[in-house]
Design a protein around this ligand. Structure first.
Ligand SMILES: *[C@@H]1O[C@H](CO)[C@@H](O)[C@H](O)[C@H]1NC(C)=O
Ligand SMILES: *[C@@H]1O[C@H](CO)[C@@H](O)[C@H](O)[C@H]1NC(C)=O
Ligand SMILES: *[C@@H]1O[C@H](CO)[C@@H](O)[C@H](O)[C@H]1NC(C)=O
Length: 650
C-alpha cells in the first residue's frame, strides 16, 4: 500500500496534476507532505507559469521579483523543476521587488525572464522603474495571485511603457475550468490605447498557442496609421523638392534612396509619417553642448527615425541607435589607367628575364664558336678573311650583336662551318626580332594594370585629388594611417587637393589623375562627358575602408526591430536593388574598342635615354682622347726640345 502510494506520489510530482491530492488522501503521512506542497490555491497558476516558461524553449534565467513567502517560492520552484520532456537550462532566483535587481547591465539580456506578481504592493512601481527593459529584450510574465480578471490587468498596464516591442505575457481567467488564457499587451506610445492580444491558453499542462506568427515585430506590423516622425538630411536645399522624382539624382543620392526606402517601410507598416528636414546630418557641437542637425532631433526626441543614412562614428553611437542595415555607397579613387610606358619600361617587357638571358648567352656562345672556327681555319686552311676582321673575341661578338639587331653580318663567311653558324644565328635572331617588335607595338598601345593599391598609386607619376566635401576633407586631412597619410602628403597637398566634381572628372579625363569621389556621382558625370573609348580604361582603388552609412533611430526606440525587419524585406524582395539602380549610376560600360593612341615621347623614353647616354658616353670618350693626345704631344715636344737642348750643350 505504501509502496503504491509513493509511486503515485512520484507520478503526481512528475505530472503535477491536482486531482492527485484526492487519490492519495488515504495515506495520512503523504497527505501531510502533499498539503505543504499543494496546499495553496496558486499551484495551478504556478504550474501554468512554469509551463509557459518551458514553452519558450530558450535557456532562461528566471527572476521572480515578488513579495511571495517561502512556501510560495518553494511551490514555484517545484513547479519549474518538475521535468516535463527534455530538461531545459533554467536558472531560477527569488528576490523582492527591487529595481536594482533587474538585469540592467547583463550582456545577455535576452535570456532574462522576469516574473512579477501584481498582487504585491510594489510591483507597479517596479515595472514603472524598469524603463527600457520593459519593452526591450527582456521577457516578462505578469501574474496576480489574488485576481484573474483580464480587465484588471489592463487597468494595471494603463500608465506603463508597454511599447510595441515588449514581450510581456500575463495570465488571466479563461471561460474553461482549470485553465488560463495567456495574453499580451502593447501600445504604440504612451498616449495611445492599450491593445490586447491573445497569445494562447493553458489548460491541464498544455499550452495552446493561438498566434499564427510568434514574432512580435511581424505580428504587430499594422500600426493603424500611427504617426512616425522621420528626419531627412540633404546637403543641397534644392534636393528637398526632388526626393522622390529621380531628378538630379547624383546630388544627395544616399538621402534620396533612403528617403524612398523609408517611405516604403512606412507604407508597409500602415503608418503615417511626418518629415522634418535638415541641412546637416549632425555632429556634437561642444560650444552649445548638444548635437546639431538630424542627430540633434533624434537625441531630443523630436524625431523617431532617420530617413537619411549616415556614417558610423564613435560619438554618434552614443547618441543614437544604428539600424544594422546600410546603403552601399562607395567612395573610391577613380582614375584612367595610364599607358603602360608610364609605369614600365616597355622595351624590356616583351621578354621575360630568362629569355633575355638566353639571348645574351646565345650571342656570346655563337661569338665564341665563330672565333674558334676562324682561328682553326686561319691556321689550317687558306680561307681568305677580310683584313679588317681580326680573329678576336670582341670582333666576333660585335659581329653576332649586329646580326641580332638585324644589321646583318659584316663578315662574309667563306667556309661551310662559318656559314652554317651565321645562317643559324640569323634565322633564330629573326624570330626573336619579329616577336619582339610585334610585342612592343601592342604594349605601347595598352593601358597599365600596374596601379592596384594605394602604394602603387604613390609610386606612380599620377597625382590625386578629392571632391570638395566636408566629410572627405575631414577624413582625408585627419588620416593617420601611414600609407594614406603619405598619399595625401605626396600626391594631394602640393596640388589642389579638393576640387569640384566637374573639374575632377575633367582631370580624370586628361589622365594621370586619381579622383576620390563617390562612385555613382562620378560615373554619372563620366557617362555624360567621356568618349566611348575613354570609358574603357577607368580603374578604381579603395581608399577608405569605411562601413556603409546606416539608418539610425532614436535611442530605445520601440519600433526599431520592425523598422529593421521592413528594411530587410525591401532588400530581400529586390526593391532596394531596384531603387539603387534607379538612383545610383553604374560604372559606364566600355563599348568602343580602344582607338589608336599616337606614340608620344614618353613611350620611347627608355630608348631616348639609351641614346642620350650613348651620346654622352662617346662625347666623354672623345674629350678623353683629345686630352690624351694633347698630353702626349706635350710630352713628345718636351722630349724633342730636351734632346735638342742637350745636343746644343754638347
Ligand atoms: C535607453 O535605455 C538605456 C538602458 O535602459 C538607458 O540607460 C537610457 O537612458 C535610455 N535612453 C533614453 C534616451 O531613454
Ligand atoms: C491601416 O490602418 C487603417 C486605420 O486603422 C485601417 O483602416 C486599415 O485597414 C489598415 N490597413 C491594413 C492593410 O491593415
Ligand atoms: C537652406 O535652407 C535653410 C533653411 O531652410 C537655410 O538656412 C540655408 O541657408 C539654405 N541653404 C542654402 C545653401 O541655400
Amino acid at each position: 500500500m505504501l509502496n503504491q502510494s509513493i509511486i503515485m506520489f512520484r507520478y503526481c510530482i512528475l505530472k503535477n496534476v491536482n486531482p492527485c491530492e484526492m487519490q492519495l488522501s488515504n495515506g495520512s503521512l503523504i497527505v501531510l507532505f502533499l498539503s505543504s506542497a499543494y496546499g495553496s490555491s496558486n499551484s495551478l497558476l504556478f504550474t501554468a507559469v512554469a509551463d509557459l516558461i518551458h514553452y519558450f524553449h530558450t535557456p532562461t534565467r528566471v527572476s521572480v521579483l515578488s513579495c511571495w513567502n517561502n512556501s510560495e517560492r518553494f511551490e514555484f520552484w517545484r513547479a519549474i523543476n518538475t521535468v516535463r520532456g527534455p530538461a531545459k537550462a533554467i536558472a531560477l532566483n527569488f528576490d523582492d521587488e527591487n529595481p536594482n535587481l533587474l538585469p540592467w547591465n547583463d550582456h545577455n539580456q535576452q535570456h532574462n525572464l522576469i516574473v512579477v506578481d501584481t498582487a504585491c504592493p510594489k510591483s507597479w512601481q517596479l515595472l514603472r522603474e524598469s524603463g527600457q527593459l520593459l519593452y526591450y529584450r527582456v521577457k516578462w510574465i505578469i501574474v496576480n495571485r489574488n485576481g484573474l480578471e483580464c480587465d484588471k490587468f489592463l487597468d494595471f498596464f494603463q500608465d506603463l511603457q508597454v511599447l510595441i516591442s515588449n514581450e510581456i505575457y500575463f495570465l488571466c481567467e479563461s471561460p474553461n475550468l482549470d485553465s488560463f488564457s495567456i495574453r499580451q499587451v502593447y501600445r504604440y506610445s504612451l498616449e495611445t490605447e492599450l491593445i490586447m492580444e491573445l497569445f494562447g491558453s493553458w489548460s491541464h499542462g498544455m499550452i495552446v498557442n493561438q498566434q499564427a506568427n510568434t514574432v512580435n515585430a511581424v505580428r504587430r506590423r499594422n500600426l493603424n496609421h500611427f504617426k512616425l516622425r522621420a528626419s531627412v538630411a540633404v546637403a543641397v536645399n534644392e534636393s528637398r523638392k526632388h526626393l522622390d522624382d529621380y531628378q538630379d539624382k547624383h546630388i544627395d543620392s544616399s538621402s534620396k534612396l533612403s528617403y524612398l526606402q523609408t517611405r516604403y517601410v512606412v507604407q508597409n507598416l500602415n503608418a503615417t509619417v511626418q518629415y522634418s528636414y535638415h541641412n546637416s546630418w549632425g555632429y556634437w557641437n561642444s560650444s552649445i553642448g548638444q548635437y546639431t542637425g538630424m542627430i540633434g532631433d533624434l537625441v531630443s526626441g523630436q524625431s523617431d527615425i532617420s530617413a537619411s543614412v549616415l556614417f558610423v562614428t564613435a560619438d554618434r553611437i552614443k547618441a543614437v541607435d544604428y539600424v544594422p542595415m546600410g546603403i552601399k555607397t562607395r567612395a573610391t579613387l577613380i582614375f584612367r589607367s595610364p599607358k603602360l610606358s608610364i609605369t614600365d619600361n616597355v622595351f624590356l617587357l616583351p621578354f621575360e628575364g630568362s629569355v633575355w638571358l638566353c639571348i645574351v648567352s646565345f650571342i656570346i656562345l655563337s661569338a665564341v664558336f665563330l672565333l674558334i672556327i676562324m682561328l682553326v681555319e686561319l691556321r689550317y686552311t687558306s680561307v681568305p678573311y677580310p683584313d679588317d676582321f681580326r680573329p678576336t673575341i670582341f670582333d666576333t661578338i660585335m659581329n653576332m650583336f649586329g646580326a641580332s639587331c638585324q644589321q646583318g653580318s659584316y663578315l662574309e663567311p667563306n667556309s661551310l662551318p662559318a656559314r652554317c653558324l651565321i645562317i643559324l644565328s640569323v634565322v633564330i635572331l629573326m624570330f626573336l626580332y619579329a616577336s619582339y617588335s610585334a610585342n612592343i607595338v601592342a604594349l605601347i598601345q595598352s593601358p597599365s594594370n600596374k596601379i592596384r593599391t594605394l602604394q602603387d598609386l604613390i609610386d606612380s607619376p599620377l597625382t590625386a585629388g578629392a571632391l570638395d566635401n566636408v566629410y572627405y576633407k575631414h577624413y582625408i586631412t585627419h588620416e593617420n594611417e601611414p600609407i594614406r597619410k603619405e598619399l595625401y602628403e605626396r600626391k594631394m597637398k602640393k596640388y589642389t587637393p579638393f576640387v569640384e566634381l566637374e573639374e575632377g572628372v575633367r582631370k580624370i579625363r586628361q589622365g594621370l589623375y586619381a579622383f576620390f569621389v563617390e562612385q555613382a556621382l562620378c560615373y554619372k558625370v563620366i557617362s555624360e562627358t567621356f568618349q566611348e573609348d575613354e570609358k574603357c580604361d577607368l580603374r578604381e582603388i579603395d581608399y577608405l575602408d569605411w562601413t556603409h552609412p546606416h539608418y539610425v533611430s532614436r535611442k530605445n526606440f520601440s519600433f526599431g526591430e520592425m523598422f529593421r525587419h521592413e528594411l530587410f524585406k525591401l532588400r530581400e524582395f529586390g526593391i532596394e536593388v531596384r531603387e539603387y539602380g534607379m538612383i545610383y549610376s553604374k560604372k559606364p560600360k566600355c563599348t568602343g574598342s580602344n582607338s589608336f593612341v599616337p606614340v608620344s615621347l614618353m613611350d620611347v623614353w627608355p630608348a631616348m635615354l639609351c641614346l642620350g647616354w650613348g651620346f654622352g658616353f662617346s662625347a666623354g670618350l672623345l674629350l678623353l682622347e683629345l686630352l690624351l693626345s694633347h698630353v702626349r704631344k706635350r710630352q713628345l715636344s718636351r722630349k724633342v726640345s730636351g734632346t735638342f737642348f742637350r745636343k746644343s750643350i754638347k
